[in-house]
Design a protein around this ligand. Structure first.
Ligand code: HEC
Ligand code: HEC
Ligand code: HEC
Ligand code: HEC
Ligand code: HEC
Ligand code: HEC
Ligand code: HEC
Ligand code: HEC
Ligand code: HEC
Ligand code: HEC
Length: 336
């Protein structure tokens, strides 16, 4: 009876998420297949895991997953929601324990996320496939390159969970600025169950981006004052927002740089159409103001090719006169 109840709760969890986001499509349970199916659903219930996996049960019960509500009922730290039916595993482990034998096969009777990246992600996507942030995962570069949910997130805490424990951030800049360091468990619980804090997590794979952020002028991501996710959606984004950007080229930046948003009576079409990154490097650079080119003149002349005479007569920076380079309410020539 209890087993059947858990099976129902597990299967009901997806639609419950969908209810929170009415516009989203119903999740698909096609991938919801466990390797071992011991009879009626093959579920065993989280209580049956406690005796042998107490620490994990305690950990998971602190996460958002434990407070998952399905049809008004708290599912609790439901192990089988991710690992699938566990009855065959429980029976085999209990039998091994009773007879004091070793049965290495018993551990193989439950899904342990040693499948392909796709299979692993599908476990999560049965519920999260309709989540607003994760919807675009299916078409993301991360998914296409075989990065799965569990490479960035950890359902279980990876390090010892003493809340007083101090974790050292790896970058030199972080040490300098001295952002308060949270205990690893608090960090994990407060940072969407990420394996590591950003940007360290991202730098494990993106070494060239790490190098860009090490340049003298950079957005203060390594210092922990901003995150990669302020500008990117690590889960993917639509075609209109290439490079997994959170928003279109322009919107990505003006959420913070509100003074550049306008609307201006006289827009600089270069800003609005091409987006900020045509003139600025978003990560870091050697140049002041993160400009794509140190010599502003050459930046301007890359588009204003027909502007030879001006540059010849008026050497020096174009922005000496065209001060309202991001748009103006007073001058169509952006000079004030
Ligand atoms: C009678 C003891 C016992 C019970 C009950 C039990 N397990 Fe296990 N489980 C083990 C042992 C022993 C292993 C293998 C050693 C290890 O990894 O800790 C294991 C391994 C696992 C693994 C990893 C499998 C692998 O390939 O390494 C998962 C996942 C797992 N158990 C989940 C569960 C879940 C979920 C439940 C409850 C539905 C459960 N276990 C109940 C003893 C038990
Ligand atoms: C949100 C999904 C999710 C839930 C809920 C969950 N797990 Fe896991 N579990 C995973 C993933 C993913 C892995 C693979 C290793 C990792 O990512 O840390 C894993 C790994 C394991 C392992 C094997 C670890 C190893 O070192 O090989 C055991 C044992 C385990 N889980 C037991 C449990 C138990 C017991 C529960 C219930 C308290 C539970 N899990 C709940 C996703 C989940
Ligand atoms: C049974 C459905 C279900 C499954 C399977 C599931 N989740 Fe969740 N997950 C939820 C719900 C419900 C929440 C809480 C609601 C929310 O924050 O959206 C949640 C929350 C989260 C959060 C946010 C945690 C926080 O502290 O805000 C992360 C990250 C997450 N899940 C990752 C995963 C990963 C990775 C997997 C696969 C290993 C997975 N989930 C599998 C239902 C599920
Ligand atoms: C490349 C790393 C990466 C991968 C792969 C990834 N995530 Fe995330 N995820 C993050 C980061 C970083 C955040 C925190 C975002 C923030 O700070 O705004 C996050 C946040 C979340 C959240 C909570 C906030 C939200 O957007 O709803 C959920 C739920 C979640 N991820 C689920 C998943 C699932 C499910 C998958 C697999 C389909 C997945 N993630 C794959 C990095 C990743
Ligand atoms: C497990 C390795 C891994 C991790 C961790 C990882 N990435 Fe990636 N990421 C990749 C790979 C592989 C690609 C595709 C090749 C490339 O563009 O470098 C990629 C591509 C990208 C792209 C470009 C997408 C496109 O459409 O071309 C962005 C943006 C990105 N990652 C951001 C992040 C952020 C932000 C994080 C941390 C939250 C992160 N990545 C963590 C492996 C990873
Ligand atoms: C201030 C916003 C912002 C922040 C913060 C940011 N990015 Fe980007 N990122 C962008 C923009 C904009 C582009 C596209 C640049 C272009 O169009 O030339 C981009 C491009 C990328 C690309 C693809 C192009 C390439 O150079 O390979 C990757 C990968 C990437 N970012 C990863 C990251 C990672 C990892 C972090 C955190 C360490 C991060 N970004 C932080 C705005 C940002
Ligand atoms: C056509 C090229 C161009 C585009 C497009 C552009 N900028 Fe700039 N930006 C500049 C130049 C040139 C400077 C340096 C001005 C100077 O020399 O005083 C600058 C300076 C800045 C500064 C520092 C000085 C200040 O005015 O606050 C910020 C911040 C900035 N830009 C943000 C943005 C944002 C956000 C966008 C997109 C909405 C954007 N820029 C688009 C050329 C551009
Ligand atoms: C999450 C908020 C946030 C977002 C999003 C953001 N910025 Fe910034 N940006 C800042 C802050 C804060 C500074 C202040 C400088 C610092 O970090 O010390 C800054 C500094 C800058 C500067 C240098 C200003 C100077 O005086 O040298 C430029 C240029 C700039 N940003 C452009 C951009 C562009 C282009 C984007 C979009 C790709 C963007 N920013 C997105 C917060 C943001
Ligand atoms: C990405 C291309 C691009 C870059 C780089 C660029 N501009 Fe423009 N700019 C444009 C476009 C497009 C227009 C609109 C032209 C039109 O309407 O004929 C424009 C218009 C102008 C105008 C108003 C003139 C008019 O005819 O309305 C001035 C002044 C100007 N730009 C100055 C600059 C300066 C100074 C720089 C360097 C800091 C610069 N631009 C960089 C694309 C660019
Ligand atoms: C000494 C001040 C000054 C400097 C330096 C300057 N401009 Fe101008 N520019 C102006 C004024 C004033 C106008 C208004 C039209 C006019 O009077 O000819 C103008 C007009 C323009 C126009 C629109 C009219 C046209 O001829 O197409 C563009 C585009 C432009 N400037 C681009 C630039 C670029 C690019 C540079 C740097 C190579 C630059 N300007 C340097 C003062 C300057």
């Amino acid at each position: 009876m209890l087993f059947a109840l858990f099976a129902v709760l597990v299967l009901a969890a997806g639609p419950a998420l969908a209810q929170k986001q009415p516009a989203a499509a119903q999740p698909s349970f096609v991938s919801w297949q466990a390797p071992a199916d011991g009879g009626t659903g093959g579920y065993s219930g989280t209580e049956s895991c406690v005796s042998c996996h107490r620490v994990r049960v305690e950990q998971v019960s602190k996460t958002a997953h434990a407070s998952t509500e399905v049809a008004g009922v708290t599912v609790g730290a439901n192990c089988e929601a991710c690992h699938g039916p566990g009855k065959a595993h429980v029976d085999a482990e209990q039998e091994a324990e009773r007879t004091s034998t070793k049965n290495p096969e018993a551990a193989k009777l439950i899904y342990n996320f040693e499948g392909s990246p796709q299979q692993n992600s599908n476990r999560c996507l049965t519920c999260h496939g309709t989540g607003q942030g994760q919807q675009a995962f299916a078409n993301s570069e991360h998914k296409l390159q075989g990065v799965s949910c569990d490479q960035c997130h950890s359902a279980h805490l990876v390090l010892p969970s003493d809340p007083r424990e101090r974790v050292e951030l790896s970058t030199a800049q972080a040490q300098l600025v001295g952002v308060p360091k949270m205990g690893e468990q608090n960090r994990w619980l407060n940072q969407s169950l990420l394996r590591q804090t950003q940007p360290d997590l991202c730098f494990t794979c993106h070494r060239s981006i790490e190098a860009q952020f090490a340049l003298p002028n950079h957005h203060r991501v390594p210092e922990g004052l901003m995150t990669c996710a302020d500008c990117h959606n690590p889960h993917g984004s639509s075609l209109a927002k290439p490079l997994q950007r959170k928003a279109t080229a322009y919107e990505t930046c003006v959420t913070c740089h509100v003074d550049k948003r306008g609307p201006f009576v006289y827009e600089h079409a270069g800003v609005r159409v091409e987006g900020c990154a045509i003139c600025h490097t978003p990560h870091g650079s050697m140049t002041r103001h993160l400009l794509q080119r140190g010599e502003v003149r050459f930046l301007c002349l890359s588009c204003h090719v027909d502007h030879g005479p001006v540059s010849f007569q008026q050497s020096g920076q174009c922005t000496r006169c065209h001060v309202a380079i991001h748009g103006s309410n007073a001058s169509e020539f952006l000079v004030k």
